[in-house]
Design a protein around this ligand. Structure first.
Ligand SMILES: [Zn+2]
Length: 309
């Protein structure tokens, strides 16, 4: 059995999983993102104790504990380097959990964890090589090669949101200009739509009403500004996806996160665009699809982390 823990901004979701990644038991504890780190750590430890007790009732050993975080972990030191929306910097989460339990502990970014979940239970299942891209407030990603997570020699890879795909009118939070995240996130889509409104482009949209769904709905209804914003996003996302295919040639790329809710409408536009950027366009190439899992993805992916190392 495995324990999977998904740390979000408002709750800790966790579960006990069997070797197929099925959730046998789920536990959730609400947290506040203003809570001190020590308090959240003690909550995590409490939740692990409960799940371990449950596993003993079933009479099976827990092989590992996996934790997904909305941030960056250093797998060598077992520390969380940062977790912006919880205010964590260099916190010893893995170290302290290992002190309490004599079980391997693995911590990884939530996009990597989501990539694993899709591979265990979702649309990339049965594929050896897959990439998951999350299009939300930012853009994140997870890469699975030969059924293992690939994050590079120094655990600094798979930063799909920060591959540079063009020149943009504003800089990325990372300090560079032209990162995929500044073209293809919900935030980017809204920023560009606002810019077009300021420039007096024709639209039924107002700056106050903007979100990704509203923009996509307006684009479907032939709104000129909304179509310009969606087309720009699709163009640069397609360049990014094209780069990934040219570099890694995976079996499949799955798109998740809030923006992916635009579904087939978005997918069709991307498929039409990506082919322009491929070096080898003949014969079988990478499938692009919308991710399937939502709520339990964090628990499943975190729980199965050890199987992907
Ligand atoms: Zn960046």
């Amino acid at each position: 059995m495995f324990i999977g823990i998904d740390i979000g901004g408002t709750s800790i979701k966790s579960g006990l999983l069997n070797s197929y990644g099925d959730i046998i038991l789920k536990k959730e504890i609400p947290i506040n993102n203003s809570d001190k780190y020590e308090l959240i750590e003690s909550q995590i430890i409490k939740i692990i104790k409960i799940l371990l007790d449950e596993s003993k009732k079933v009479g099976e050993n827990v092989k590992s504990i996996g934790i997904g975080i909305p941030g960056i972990a250093d797998k060598d030191s077992d520390k969380v380097i940062y977790c912006t929306n919880l205010g964590w910097r260099n916190v010893p989460l893995g170290i302290n959990i290992k002190k309490h339990f004599k079980i391997p502990v693995h911590i990884d970014n939530d996009a990597t964890v989501a990539a694993i979940a899709e591979n265990v239970k979702g649309v990339t299942k049965n594929y050896d090589n897959s990439i998951f891209i999350t299009l939300g407030t930012g853009v994140g990603g997870g890469i699975i090669i030969n059924n293992k997570v690939y994050s590079g020699s120094h655990n600094k890879g798979s930063e799909i949101g920060h591959i540079i795909v063009g020149k943009n009118f504003y800089d990325c939070n990372c300090g560079n200009n032209g990162c995929l995240e500044t073209f293809a996130s919900a935030t980017a889509l809204i920023k560009y739509a606002k810019k077009l409104i300021d420039e007096g482009e024709s639209t039924i949209l107002t700056k106050e009403s903007l979100n990704a769904k509203v923009i996509f709905d307006a684009a479907k209804n032939e709104d000129i500004l909304a179509n310009m914003a969606v087309d720009r996003m699709v163009k640069y996302l397609s360049i990014g996806i094209g780069n990934l295919i040219n570099l890694l040639d995976p079996d499949i790329i799955a798109l998740g996160g809030g923006v992916s809710k635009a579904g087939d409408y978005l997918l069709e536009k991307i498929e039409n665009n990506v082919s322009k950027f491929l070096v080898f366009n003949e014969g079988k190439t990478t499938d692009i699809t919308i991710a399937k899992l939502s709520n339990d993805a964090g628990i499943i992916g975190a729980g199965m982390l050890q199987e992907y190392l």
